[in-house]
Design a protein around this ligand. Structure first.
Ligand code: PRP
Length: 231
């Protein structure tokens, strides 16, 4: 049987995704030493890793050429698609936010606001819920430039550390929602390779729970230390 193919998102989520598979016991040495190769075998399991751009991860999983994928909820919200979203992996946490130039009042005046974003569907849905008519202009990257150059009143974008906004004189006006990395599964694969995929999902769930427990314990310990210092 062909290996189970897992599509990982290149870039922001790549390192954390590889770390997760290593923690699950998979030998990712070929992935770590990939050079320019894009299809990479896991040596100790019948698994192949594919590295692709976020939206392409969805395309490959949706079409069944990859059985599973790791992709941000931001891309899922923007692109939609037919697949199972089986796990919130807990890493790649960031938020969608509406950001404006510092000091600007987004709601002042009566003109139709122009919003720049790479995520036009997320932006449209957000303002539709508010019953607010806005113009949306699609920008492919470095969307912070749009309000700086005077093209838009605001942006809808992902904010992780907030550094990009800060360094470009923008501030969060409203939070749209939280996002994080998700595991997705092709619908047919879920039936055809049920045992293998369920085994993987079970391992992933245990990994996520363990990490959450570790984070909670760490936060509690830090809070305790703070309390001791203040006393
Ligand atoms: C994303 C996002 C912001 C930045 C936010 O861009 O679009 O520009 O990261 O991160 P921060 O809050 O930690 O500063 P990305 O690096 O993915 O590139 P892009 O601008 O080309 O989309």
């Amino acid at each position: 049987m062909r290996p189970i193919r897992i599509a990982l998102t290149k870039g922001r989520l790549e390192e954390k995704s590889i770390e997760m598979f290593e923690q699950l016991g998979y030998d990712c040495s070929e992935v770590r030493n990939k050079g320019r190769r894009l299809v990479l075998p896991i040596k100790n399991a019948n698994i192949e890793i594919i590295l692709a751009k976020a939206a392409d991860v969805i395309t490959y999983v949706e079409n069944g050429v990859c059985d599973l994928g790791v992709v941000g909820k931001d891309t899922i919200m923007e692109n939609g698609g037919t697949f199972y979203e089986v796990a919130d992996l807990g890493f790649g946490r960031c938020r969608f936010a509406l950001a404006v130039p510092a000091g600007a009042d987004f709601y002042a005046g009566y003109h139709t606001r122009c919003i720049a974003s790479k995520y036009v569907n997320v932006t449209r849905n957000y303002f539709e819920k508010k019953n607010m008519d806005v113009d949306i202009v699609k920008i492919e990257g470095s969307v912070e430039l749009a309000p700086i150059l005077g093209l838009s009143d605001a942006i809808v974008d992902i904010v992780e550390t907030g550094t990009t906004l800060k360094e470009n004189g923008l501030v969060v006006a409203e939070e749209v929602c939280q996002v994080s990395a998700r595991m997705i599964v092709n619908i047919a694969s879920m039936k055809l390779r049920k045992a293998e995929i369920n085994e993987l999902i079970t391992k992933v769930e245990a990994y996520v729970q363990e990490r959450e427990a570790q984070k909670k314990a760490k936060a509690e310990k830090e809070a305790e230390q703070k309390g001791t210092e203040q006393a």
